[in-house]
Design a protein around this ligand. Structure first.
Ligand code: HEC
Length: 423
């Protein structure tokens, strides 16, 4: 070390203030002198260096012994602030476990900068920070369909104070979003909380409906709903919502029970539809069709977006009238399982613990899969928890949605969709 110090000092003396060149930076990266951390920190604070290169210099710290100089340089980087977020965060990660007051202070600063973003969730988890559950919950609602929202909710549910915090949030304006996330965690506590709401007739009707939809997000939640129905504890006002929510998820193992307890409503009164070629000739009413698309009972907006209405789970429909002729739109609704759109194929994951998840794979890395679920939330799964992965030939879009519509409603709906053209 001493020798390296002497060599590094001699080199610094020789180059003077011209040390910051590609060659100079390389020397700094290689040498393990006591001054190396301070120079690495200078390089990392230099805006002319690319983000990729910065990561290499950050890794340079990993080869240096734990010294006071190293901690000091990392604390300095960790407090850089918004401009160097990634560098600051990586530096902070390298200080994990260090209880020094300046490290705690850097962490507090990073947490307050990251609040409301997925990074906040990572920081709380990785540093085991406690007492952040309310902020986690707010963050989860703010980041909506980012898989980190579900992580955040899981962290909240691990807090001994979770019950009070969740109850308070359910009194606020974001109750439906909170319930949705509770359902997606598929955790015992989350499901318990939701089933209690469904079983309590004195709760607000909107909350109970949202709790039903949240439970339907996962197979274990759908099973809990069926159990309530079997025990005859599902009040009549919830039956239509429960039926349509459960028919949306289509878990093969539950199909028979769902059909038995929640037979599909028949808007047609049993009358068969005329062939699509005939339907396509009928003229509908665009405004009425739009109302049908947007109403919750039709369930289209649980999975599709048009402008600011609905959710991006299935394909966006804002330009569907340009993409598909009327016949094809009718066909998509009446026969969703023929010709699945690219990128929207259904994947079923069977987990080693026996659980099942069904959705659309949004992205994937070497060790994780992100699965999108109807309703707009996404969930991240570690590949080593997955026992089996099947691509299904059925669409996530349920068949029989048109059966809940009269022929007139269906024609209006398609007239509306067909009017949505590329601007
Ligand atoms: C549970 C989620 C879900 C619901 C509910 C749902 N869809 Fe879909 N929809 C999908 C998915 C996923 C696809 C893409 C896969 C496929 O082609 O079936 C799709 C495809 C479509 C397409 C074809 C889009 C294209 O770009 O080719 C149309 C049109 C459509 N849906 C209309 C509707 C209408 C109208 C409703 C309401 C009556 C509805 N959907 C309800 C998930 C859903």
């Amino acid at each position: 070390m001493r020798n390296e110090d002497a060599c590094f000092d001699a080199w610094l003396a020789a180059v003077g203030d011209k040390w910051n060149t590609p060659g100079g930076r390389d020397i700094i990266w290689r040498v393990r002198a006591s001054k190396t951390p301070a120079y690495l920190a200078k390089i990392l604070a230099d805006d002319s260096i690319s983000a990729n290169e910065k990561l290499r210099f950050l890794r340079g710290f990993d080869f240096l012994p734990a010294t006071e100089e190293k901690t000091k340089a990392l604390v300095q980087l960790a407090t850089l602030g918004v401009k160097a977020d990634e560098v600051a965060r990586e530096a902070l990660m390298r200080l994990k476990g260090n209880k020094a007051p300046e490290v705690t202070q850097a962490l507090v600063g990073a947490l307050s900068r990251a609040k409301g973003t997925a990074e906040f969730v990572d920081l709380v988890r990785d540093f085991g920070v406690t007492g952040q559950s309310e902020a986690l919950l707010e963050t989860a609602v703010a980041i909506g369909n980012d898989p980190a929202a579900v992580e955040a909710m899981k962290l909240v549910l691990n807090d001994p104070e979770w019950e009070g915090i969740v109850t308070k949030a359910l009194d606020g304006p974001n109750a439906a979003a909170v319930l949705n996330l509770l359902g997606t965690t598929a955790s015992g506590r989350g499901l318990g909380c939701l089933t209690t709401i469904v079983r309590s007739p004195q709760q607000k009707p909107e909350l109970r409906k949202a709790a039903v939809q949240a439970l339907a997000r996962t197979q274990s939640g759908a099973e809990a709903l069926l159990k309530i129905a079997r025990e005859n504890k599902l009040t009549d006002d919830l039956k239509p919502t429960t039926g349509s929510a459960l028919r949306i998820v289509q878990y093969p193992a539950l199909k028979a029970d769902i059909d038995q307890y929640f037979p599909a409503p028949s808007g047609l009164g049993g009358k068969p539809l005329p062939p699509i070629a005939e339907l396509a000739k009928l003229k509908g009413d665009i405004a009425k069709g739009r109302a049908i698309f947007e109403r919750v009972e039709s369930s289209c907006v649980t999975c599709h977006r048009v402008d600011d209405k609905g959710v991006d789970f299935g394909p966006g429909l804002a330009e569907i009238g340009t993409k598909l002729p009327k016949e094809a739109i009718f066909d998509s609704i009446i026969n969703p399982n023929t010709g699945l759109s690219m990128g929207f194929e259904t994947t079923q994951l069977t987990f080693k613990d026996g659980g099942v998840g069904m959705g659309i794979v949004r992205s994937e890395t070497g060790d994780e899969v992100v699965l999108a679920l109807p309703g707009g939330v996404s969930q991240k799964f570690a590949k080593n928890t997955i026992a089996k992965r099947d691509k299904l030939t059925t669409s996530m879009m349920p068949s029989g949605l048109n059966q809940a519509l009269s022929q007139e409603d269906l024609v209006n709906l398609v007239e509306y969709l067909s009017s949505l053209k590329k601007k």
